[in-house]
Design a protein around this ligand. Structure first.
Ligand SMILES: [Zn+2]
Length: 102
């Protein structure tokens, strides 16, 4: 009749099988740390079929799928060029507030 299905429904990334088959994302830019909501995965399974390992996935709304976040309290270091006292351009580290709106 119908082929075997063993679908697990996940209410969130903490549920069993919610992160099955989803790999960790590499850190990008100056983002602070792995997203506490999706644990650095950027998404999780809303439904996961244990038989076929097919899934319906949900994009993390905290990190918008990046897997990494800026905490918002720290200044974000970025490279910039400034004029040195001797009058030539020099590499400096500039610190700006993060753009996180949280
Ligand atoms: Zn996330």
């Amino acid at each position: 009749m119908s082929h075997e299905k063993r679908i697990v429904e996940c209410s969130g990334p903490h549920d069993p099988h919610a992160l099955d088959g989803i790999s960790l994302l590499p850190r990008t830019g100056e983002l602070d740390r792995a997203c506490p909501q999706c644990f650095g995965h950027g998404q999780w399974n809303r439904e996961y079929d244990l038989a076929s390992q097919r899934s319906k996935r949900h994009l993390c709304d905290k990190c918008e799928g990046r897997g990494w976040i800026e905490t918002g309290d720290d200044l974000v270091p970025s490279h910039d060029v400034a004029l040195s006292p001797e009058g030539y351009p020099d590499w400096v580290i500039r610190f700006d507030p993060s753009n996180d709106v949280e």
